[in-house]
Design a protein around this ligand. Structure first.
Ligand code: NAG
Ligand code: NAG
Ligand code: NAG
Ligand code: NAG
Ligand code: NAG
Ligand code: ZN
Length: 505
């Protein structure tokens, strides 16, 4: 494994070109075979990364670890993540990936960053927390100074402190945890199709909503989210944020500006505590169920936020299930507005998170490129669209691949069959991210890196692949080029330290 020096590669290339047809003289030429294999290697992600001597040694070590995991009777990437998780946690490859500096997380959602255990064990134990029960087996939370007004489709609000005195707290907490994630003992039975899993996904989101939009908790949540990513060796995060109004104990609501200032304040505090953390930026998102009038308003809000908070505001995107939302083309008049006014509002569209080939929604990736998107969220359908793929490559627009999300939301079951396998082999611009780790009972990026590296990366992906993916995460970020250079230098320094330290172990 490892990369050959360029001179030798060129030599091999000549062998390939000079020999002409693959079957010369009726016998396969071993030198030609070697050259062709090298050509494939060079094309893949990491194929042009030249490893130094230490990295080569570490790569050999990693290769051995990988072989062990590949030989397991139950291969984690081929199983549902809910079943694979305990196996992954025992894997030495996983510990390796946890310790590895991973650069940036570019595709995560605001209220799905923090493990739900913390929400239940810490947040719901704070004062003034009320709960109510819905008819469809779910719960809602609200912080209030006094007895809150009843919410439709929910029981009367009960102060949690009172309820906990009457019930077994452990069992109650466990039921809250179940409400906040998609975890199921038997995921195939619990989620027979995409409709069912998306319904539960949206419901889980509503459960968290009342907790995370309480103003003081909004800040604590963000801080804890950054901390959990930082602990997973991530130095920078771009957060797709809905920026909903936060509320105070007396019911007063705060504006989006309040939320952006809260982000700035939290970041400042966080970086004072962890100076090697580069930062975080916000991609303002709205639901794709909006109509055009509402979308125009949202884009205008995004432009205003960008003007008022240029340091942390990165751009705009739509969220929600692509198959049931409106296609990007429907929103084009809204999305053209900034450019018409001579303002550049960067876009980071979710697109191609679908199985529905040939539908209006399946056009989203092409339309995202026509609208000059900076990256494509998921791009799961990319390999079915050769023209889109070529255009994306020409424009150097990366796909944000989120393996566990794609599996839990039922786009693919065996991660060895993830379409990113093709993109990876072709060296398509790509980053790995985790989308909504809290809902999947994952965290940070390490689980998704494991699935990418072991699952669709196959035996071919190696330390050079990982290094490329990690460097890509900053390269395709929204940071200014000066900050990118600075962050990349810091990342490579961390990387070298990681290589040296891991070699000693
Ligand atoms: C509460 O429930 C847990 C789990 O079912 C059980 O282990 C524990 O003994 C119960 N505690 C009380 C005080 O009943
Ligand atoms: C949500 O919590 C409620 C209240 O404890 C519980 O009755 C319900 O079963 C939970 N729902 C899920 C999906 O676990
Ligand atoms: C809850 O989280 C806060 C940080 O937001 C921390 O200061 C506090 O110690 C935590 N409390 C418990 C009981 O874990
Ligand atoms: C868009 O939605 C808003 C609010 O939901 C509604 O008032 C308006 O009539 C809708 N506009 C169109 C064109 O459907
Ligand atoms: C497209 O986006 C790039 C990068 O965000 C930007 O530099 C460029 O000005 C945009 N071009 C157009 C035509 O919008
Ligand atoms: Zn997403």
């Amino acid at each position: 494994m490892g990369a050959l020096p360029w001179g030798r590669r060129l030599g091999l290339l000549c062998v390939v070109l000079l020999c002409g047809t693959p079957l010369c003289c009726g016998r396969p030429d071993p030198r030609r075979r070697e050259a062709l294999m090298q050509l494939e290697m060079i094309r893949g992600i990491g194929g042009s990364v030249v490893l130094n001597d230490k990295e080569k040694l570490l790569d050999e070590k990693l290769h051995q670890l990988k072989l062990q995991d590949m030989a397991l009777p139950e291969f984690p990437p081929s199983m549902h993540f809910f079943k694979a998780k305990p196996l992954i946690e025992r894997s030495p490859v996983f510990s390796f990936l946890q310790k590895m500096p991973k650069g940036a997380a570019l595709h995560v959602h605001d209220f799905a960053m923090v493990g739900v255990e913390w929400l239940v064990k810490n947040i719901t134990y704070r004062e003034n927390c009320y709960v109510c029960f819905t008819a469809d087996n779910s719960v809602r939370f609200l912080f209030s100074a006094g007895q809150p007004k009843p919410q439709t489709h929910c029981s009367t609000w009960i102060l949690l402190e009172t309820l906990r005195r009457k019930m077994n707290s452990t069992e109650l907490d466990n039921s809250f945890i179940r409400n906040l994630t998609l975890f199921a003992e038997d995921p195939d039975e619990a989620y027979p199709d995409q409709d069912v899993v998306w319904t539960r996904f949206e419901q889980a989101f509503l459960v968290a909503y009342g907790l995370v939009t309480y103003a003081p908790i909004f800040k604590d949540y963000l801080y804890e989210g950054l901390r959990q990513f930082y602990m997973d060796n991530i130095m920078y995060v771009e957060i797709r944020a809905l920026l909903p109004p936060t509320y105070e104990l007396d019911g007063r609501r705060n504006s989006k500006d309040w939320s952006m200032r809260a982000c700035q304040e939290v970041l400042q505090r966080f970086r004072a505590q962890y100076p090697d953390f580069v930062g975080a930026r916000v991609i303002f998102t709205v639901h794709r169920g909006l109509n055009l009038t509402e979308a125009v308003k949202a884009v205008e809000e995004a432009v205003t936020l960008q003007r008022n908070f240029p340091d942390i505001m990165a751009g705009f995107d739509f969220v929600g299930r692509e198959d049931s939302g409106r296609p990007l083309w429907y929103f084009r008049e809204a999305l053209e507005l900034p450019e018409e006014r001579g303002i550049h509002l960067p876009y980071f569209f979710h697109a191609g998170e679908t199985d529905s080939e040939g539908t209006d929604v399946d056009q989203n990736m092409m339309d995202a490129l026509l609208l000059n998107t900076s990256r494509i969220g998921h791009g799961f359908a990319m390999t079915r669209h050769p023209v889109v793929k070529e255009l994306a490559r020409k424009m150097d627009v990366a796909v944000e691949v989120c393996p566990i999300s794609n599996q839990v939301l039922k786009l693919v079951s065996d991660l060895r069959n993830h379409p990113a396998a093709v993109l990876m082999a072709e060296g398509h611009p790509m980053v790995i991210s985790s989308d909504d780790p809290a809902l999947f009972e994952a965290s940070g990026l390490s689980y998704d890196f494991y699935q990418a590296f072991m699952g669709f990366g196959g035996m071919r992906s190696n330390l050079a692949t990982l290094k490329q993916l990690v460097v890509n995460s900053l390269r395709y970020s929204s940071l200014s080029s000066a900050l990118k250079d600075k962050a990349t230098a810091a990342l490579l320094e961390k990387w070298d330290k990681f290589v040296s330290e891991t070699l000693l172990m």
